[in-house]
Structure formats: C-alpha cells, structure tokens
Design a binder for this molecule. Sequence first.
Ligand code: C5P
Length: 305
Amino acid sequence: MTREVTAAAPAKINLYLGVGPVRPDGFHGLATVYQAIGLYDDVTVSRAATSSVTVEGLGVEVSGVPADETNLAVRAAVLLAGHGGLDPAEAAVAMTIRKRIPVAGGMAGGSTDAAAALVACDALWGLRTPPDELAALAARLGSDVPFCLVGGTAVGTGRGEVVNPVAGMGTYRWVVALPGGGLSTPGVYAELDRLRADLATPEPELPDDLIAALGEGDVEQVADLLANDMETAALSLRPELGEVLAVGREAGALAAMVSGSGPTCLFLAADDDQVARLRARLEDAGTATLTATGPVPGAHVTSTL
Ligand code: C5P
C-alpha cells in the first residue's frame, strides 16, 4: 500500500490577461493565456491517524499561509476524499507544503498547491479519478486550479477555469522580480473595477496574434504581444512597481509586466546572458529575483513510497 506521495506544483504566469466586467456571481469574465513555469512548491501527503498540515518556506515568507483546514490544499484533499467516497479514517493525511513560489505574489501559489494536493491524494488513495472529474473538482476550489493541473501553455476562459491547451513551441526564459509584500487578488480586481467605473468595459477576447506567435515559438513576437489588464490596478495600489518594471526595461528585457494581480513582476529574456544581466540590475536596485523557464507540465507526482 502506498504510504506517501509527493507532487510538484509549478507556478503559473499569465502571458495575456484580459478582464471583462464583473459578472452577477462577483467573478470577472477572463480571456487569458496561462503558462506554467519551472518554479515549484512541493506537496507531500502521507497516511496518518489524524489530519495535519505543515507549511515550510524555502526562501519565501510563509507567515500568511494558513496551516489549518482553511488551506486550499487541505480543502482539495477533503473534496477529493468526498468525491472518492473515502471514510474519514481512510482520508486522514499528514500534509507538508514546501513553498518556493512567492505567497500572494500573483503566481497562483495557493492554487497550484491545491492542484498538487489533488494529484498526490489521488495517487495515495489509488482513486485514479478521471481527468475531467479532477478538473471539475479543481474548478470548485478556484478559478486557476484547473490550469495548474494541466500546465504547459493554455488559454483560459469563463472565470479562468475553462482551460484549453495551446500548441506552443519554444522555451521562454523569465526573470521573476519579487518586490516584497503581497497583493490580495480580490483587492486588485476591486481596484480595477474602481478605475473602470466610468468606462464601458467590453467582454475580453482571446489574443489570436499571441496564440499564433506562441505556435511559431517566436519569442520576440510573443514579447511584443504580452498584456495584462490587471497591471494598471496593481500599479495604482503599488506605484513603486513601475520603477521595478522600468529597471528591467532599461536593462534590455524583451518585455516587462506585472504577473497576474501582482506584485511579482516578470521580465522575458532573449538568452541566458540577458537573464544574468537583468537579475544583476534588478538586484542592484534592491529587488530580489528568481529565474525560471516555461512552459513546464502541470502538477505531477514526483515520488511515491
Ligand atoms: O477563483 P478564486 O477563488 O481564486 O478567486 C479569488 C477571488 O478573485 C474571487 O473571490 C474574486 O474576488 C476574484 N476573481 C474575480 N474574477 C475571476 C477570478 C477571481 O473577480 N475570474
């Protein structure tokens, strides 16, 4: 019997994030292009007499991450156990979440931990839940959890939970700048609504030109077509992010943008030399950085005992 399973949980970025008007259910209609990048949290689940969760930060501040049943990864385990018809004794797990993805940084750290918890628990319990059922459970947990299961490069519609893979070529080298602190996703959506209060906001549309450039693996063309509607709202709440983006642009980044709802900023680099140059300039200006390439596969089991 499997005793312990570890799954890798990649960070997500939005190459394109078109945000429509607020819907009657309080969510915003999205037309987005996601990419999973090689910056990972790990989620380990092992059979236990009673359930518990431990959150460890590997170079990131985790004091804001709930280490109790409200953690989205724990809710994922409970949801899957219910779906699989497990009784509470069978479903008790000791969960350890090791975090490298910045918390509240706009990179879906909590969502990807939930996706990893789904695949890890599915393997631990031998449920073999079909992918469409796993995706439906993921959508109940959060708008970007379904993408985190799939990974790669994909378009997202609905509130982000309707995911379809994009046939992509090429490798994208990202420098990830961590200006410190977090931004609340609902808070940034609210700021966007406030900034747009007097404007007629159209329904967002998927960017055909960007999707075509991704299909060709044309990194420079992709760089020109990256866009994020949330950026103005994140900059409104944290104006100093504009300086971080300017440092990267002046250092020659192919593109500079806020990641999702921020405050993490992303820079697309042409090659490894440019990655090193961008990191040096950003660090000189007092901003911590990471580097990651994409696309990578979604949440997946990395070890089983
Ligand atoms: O889906 P998720 O729980 O990750 O969303 C967190 C919050 O972000 C929502 O409660 C909502 O305020 C906002 N949101 C939104 N429109 C989306 C996705 C999220 O307004 N498409």
